[in-house]
Design a protein around this ligand. Sequence first.
Ligand SMILES: [Zn+2]
Length: 351
Amino acid sequence: MNSIKHTLLKSVFSVFKYTKIHWLLKPVYRGKGVILVLHRVLPESTEARIGANSRIEITPQFLENLILFFQKLGYNIISLDAMHNRISSKVKQRPFVCFTFDDGYVDAHEIIYPIFKRHQCPYAIYIATAFPEGDITLWWYMLEDLVLKHEHVAFTCKGENHSFNTVQPKDKEQAYAAIRNLILNASKSEQDAVISSIFTPYNIKEENYADQQLNWNQIIELANDPLVTIGAHTVNHLKLNQLTADEVHKEIQDSKTRIEDKIGKQVNHFSYPFGGRNEAEKREFKIARNCGFHTMTTVREGAIFPAHRHCCECLPRLEITGRHQNLTLVDMRLCGIVTLLRNGFSRVVSV
Ligand SMILES: [Zn+2]
């Protein structure tokens, strides 16, 4: 089904690319503006990669191009606070774009900050506090190395033997996806044991991957610049709909409180980990809203419309990934093509 959808989207994109008729959709689907979701900004790797990891990375050059592209289109690049004010404003203004970066990777300080500083543009980082606390295992990079460096991967996990052929790139991708599911579907209390059973036989140590996260000093430095908004993204970056209501509340509230204590400022914005329809739903939206944020964002794809003032607990975003480093494609998505196809012609994407 997904491949049919993908093929359909691809052919629709090429029709729009050559006819430019997507511009007709712009006045209907562009809305007041758009919130972008990005993760990492890193120089292009020359080595083989696993798609699930490389897709969350764009290059510094593409980020520069993206900023210039929105400026050329006449968009205002604004902060999440300004976006929140604009949703309810009746004043006719130029369209806006907010740049948001999820998780709390070190490039938000080392690479992204200098770019936005140079352009004097605001951006936001949503932090899962286990990142700066050093309490998270970056198993997705350990797993990438495991399947890339071996032609066969085998381990025993929870009494079951697992064995994967990892010779060809396609096999490596499949093995990565299967082992990733094994880890993600383990409960929080099981996860450490699952990770250990996979990587210990290969002597892959988590401390060798611990330099990818922002530390608190970097976060405090960024928070002191009015260009940067620090938002919350839970403590442990779990699939919230798999937790009890109390656990969800704790994950969200504790991340807000911890960041506020560290940066000495109120944290008014939040994004749901993963943020798709399979991970964050009505119950999570209600709990997050009760934690007192001004805005909360998902990864449902859509632009921001005045009607979103009634559902600030589930604002859609437009995801920019390593696969989307193409301004023509970004332009088409701004016109609402994906929103239109994925959401049955509904403009206001929320729940
Ligand atoms: Zn995240």
